[in-house]
Design a protein around this ligand. Structure first.
Ligand code: HSE
Length: 403
């Protein structure tokens, strides 16, 4: 039998304790031995909690207990999660985490520390919740040169957009519901401003392209400015507005990664990933485009990935560090402004001004559009070119079209 500890007893920590208890026997069979929860680290007292007897308030009893073979960090945030995870890895414990901020910001050094200590550092739950995506990228697709990865990486914003698109709800109403259902972070800023999806696209880019993409190097745009008029224009074209994280190779030693709302054709399966689900596409030179769909947030789906990492740690201790994540040089990550794409633009500019700036645009006749507004789709051009053409124009909204 191996003893385990969970750091944090919130949504994911609680879900992980539940899965370990509920599927105890099958987990033991698959891990090769029983995994018994010995500690839960919770910084504040939790009188009356069903697992109160396991609660400790400090990392030391866990890090210094030779019986503990695997630690699941489910606290979220950078500090003290980073210090706790470092302490456990340094003490020779295998560590798994669902903490995307920690992995995106400090995963490179934690992976190096795990390598040095000969233990596992695994983080399948940090991207896509319960969707298997990091193992497929680093193992099943390991023979591919990956050129791009993109997808819906945040359940809260996808839920909000789905409710706005399908049921005409307001942003505020849909956000409140996402919080009530436990998808949204306590502070939803990271969700609705695209920061959470940004962390996840960094982790995907790290593993797809092998070099570190720090969150500070990428641009993120959220969903707070999306209006019913934008949604109606997209619908008229046969598109939906979805918040996408995208990363692609742009040269032998450069990648672009960013998060922004996009128009995505309803014929693309990712466009039909609705509600709290996430969907991720990976483009490889051998496999073509492989897609992964499933529950991207929530207690049990995320716990499913955390507990699976714990099983791997017990079955194969010290051998499952994700390969191929190395430091990057300055200039490795470039911004998205040079990427060429079509754009949907909504503007209050007069027709003559639009015609003078653009040639070959396709106008959109959305129902109920305001009389003094025009919406159109441009030819392919970069963000820089679009900015030049619309300089001084009253632009109400602009979105990349994913082709
Ligand atoms: N708040 C996140 C989301 C949780 O909505 O996707 C899962 O990472």
């Amino acid at each position: 039998m191996v003893k385990a500890a969970i750091l944090g007893i919130g949504t994911v920590g609680g879900g992980t304790a539940e899965v370990l208890a509920k599927n105890r026997e099958l987990i033991a069979r698959r891990a090769g031995q029983e995994i018994e929860l010995k500690y839960i680290l919770c910084r504040s007292p939790r009188p009356g909690h069903p697992l109160e007897s396991l609660i400790v308030h400090d990392i030391e009893p866990i890090a210094s207990d030779p019986e503990v073979g695997v630690v699941a960090e489910c606290m979220g945030g950078l500090s003290p999660a980073f210090e706790y995870v470092s302490r456990c890895l340094s003490a020779g414990k295998n560590v798994v985490t669902s903490n995307k901020e920690l992995v995106a910001e400090r995963g490179l050094e934690l992976t190096a520390l795990a390598r040095k200590m000969g233990v596992n550092f695994m983080f399948e739950a940090s991207v896509g919740g319960g969707i298997p995506i990091l193992r497929p990228i680093s193992q099943c697709l390991a023979a591919n040169e990956i050129s791009a990865v993109y997808g819906i990486l945040n359940g809260t914003t996808n839920y909000i957009l789905t409710e706005m698109i399908q049921r005409g709800k307001s942003f505020e109403q849909a956000l409140r519901e996402a919080q009530e259902k436990g998808f949204a972070e306590a502070d939803p800023t990271a969700d609705v401003e695209g920061i959470d999806a940004g962390r996840k696209i960094c982790i995907l880019a790290d593993l797809c392209f092998g070099k570190n993409v720090p969150p500070s190097a990428i641009t993120t745009e959220g969903i707070t400015h999306i209006t019913p008029a934008d949604i109606a224009c997209a619908r008229t074209l046969g598109y939906k507005i979805k918040l996408l994280g995208r990363a692609m190779r742009t040269g032998p030693n450069s990648v672009t990664a960013f998060v922004a709302p996009h128009l995505i054709s309803q014929s693309n399966p990712i466009a039909n990933v609705d509600g709290v689900l996430n969907g991720i596409a990976v483009r490889g030179d051998a496999v073509g485009e492989a897609m992964f769909f499933g529950p991207g947030a929530g207690a049990l789906p995320t716990a499913s990935a955390v507990a699976a990492d714990m099983i791997d740690c017990v079955r194969d201790p010290g051998t499952r560090v994700y390969a191929g994540w190395w430091p990057s040089e300055k200039g490795y990550v470039t911004g998205p402004d040079k990427l060429s794409c079509r754009w949907m633009v909504r503007t209050a500019a007069p027709l003559a001004e639009i015609a003078a700036a653009f040639s070959g645009v396709r106008f959109i006749n959305a129902p109920n559009a305001a009389a003094d507004e025009y919406a159109f789709v441009t030819a392919y051009m970069s963000g820089e070119e679009l900015a030049e053409k619309t300089a001084g124009m009253d632009v109400l909204a602009k979105y990349r079209v994913l082709d």
